[in-house]
Write a protein that binds this ligand. Structure first.
Ligand SMILES: [Zn+2]
Ligand SMILES: [Zn+2]
Length: 81
């Protein structure tokens, strides 16, 4: 069985009971995956798909461009220490 569609909590509202293969939060509408917005990002260039980055990534580790979440101001605040 393919087990790649694990549920992730929405970075903005925390909702985590999404439909299978959901790409957007059904509660607040933001993309469930943080992506690089640089259309010529070297990571995206490989297969012409969005580059899924860590929800806490403010900048793309591959091209240094600000991520979608950073642009929208919906980065998950760091918890703990
Ligand atoms: Zn949400
Ligand atoms: Zn990038």
């Amino acid at each position: 069985m393919d087990d790649t569609d694990k549920q992730i909590a929405c970075a903005q509202c925390g909702f985590d009971d999404h439909e299978e293969n959901a790409e957007y939060c059904e509660r607040c509408g933001i993309p469930l995956y943080n992506v690089c917005v640089n259309s010529s990002c070297p990571a995206r260039y490989d297969d012409d798909q969005d580059v899924h980055l860590s929800p806490q990534a403010a900048y793309c580790p591959f091209c240094g461009e600000k991520t979608y979440y950073a642009n929208k101001g919906i980065l998950i605040p760091q918890n703990g220490q």
